[in-house]
Design a protein around this ligand. Structure first.
Ligand SMILES: [Fe+2]
Ligand SMILES: [Fe+2]
Length: 196
């Protein structure tokens, strides 16, 4: 993994650095859906990301409902566990495909964006660690449901903090990844990129 400047760290930056934004400026986000090359890979990518954003928000809402007493511990656990597993598993799978299949192809086609793919790759490592912490605190919380009310509250708070951090990291990563990749796909088309 390439060393990144601290300012490019996922939890420190507020977007892609200027020198990686020339394609994003040529293809602004509000024009993406009207572009003929959006159908295919770009749409699939955006839909997948929309699903991760939605699931992340759903888990945050769910934990909020439990902490505010709108759901009892047992019903919350039944609702929460399968959704969390789906979220964590699919996110990890998505990043694997990006790292091993798509990013190397894109970085080769457009060398000037290579550093962007290194940034995204570094993000994946940080998100992977966050997913592990998320799973650990979630398991501790699910175990605490058999314990005292105090233990439950404590474990729920710890999980909620981890989840909020993960959702914030993910939101930054998804936006920046889209700003790097979607303009490239629109500019070249699936076929020229060798991904159709
Ligand atoms: Fe990614
Ligand atoms: Fe992605």
């Amino acid at each position: 993994m390439a060393d990144l400047a601290d300012t490019l760290n996922l939890e420190a930056r507020s977007g892609l650095p200027e020198d990686l934004r020339w394609l994003a400026e040529k293809y602004p986000r509000e024009d993406w859906q009207a572009h003929q090359n959006v159908h295919g890979m770009a749409s699939m990518w955006l839909q997948r990301h929309a699903m991760f954003r939605e699931l992340g928000a759903m888990l945050s809402d769910g934990i909020g409902n439990y902490r505010e007493g709108r759901l009892d511990a047992r019903s919350f656990a039944n609702w929460f566990a399968p959704r969390l597993n789906y979220f964590l598993g699919n996110l990890d799978g998505h990043h694997n495909v990006e790292d091993h299949h798509y990013f190397p192809v894109f970085a080769k086609v457009e060398q000037r964006l290579k550093r962007g793919f290194e940034i995204l790759d570094a993000d994946h490592h940080l998100i992977h660690d966050a997913l592990e912490r998320n799973a650990e605190t979630a398991n501790a919380f699910l175990k605490a449901l058999a314990e005292s009310e105090d233990r439950q509250r404590f474990a729920a708070d710890a999980y909620a903090d981890e989840n909020a951090r993960l959702v914030a990291m993910l939101s930054r990563h998804l936006d920046d990844e889209e700003d790097l990749i979607i303009p490239l796909i629109l500019d070249r088309g699936d076929r020229a990129l060798g991904i159709d």
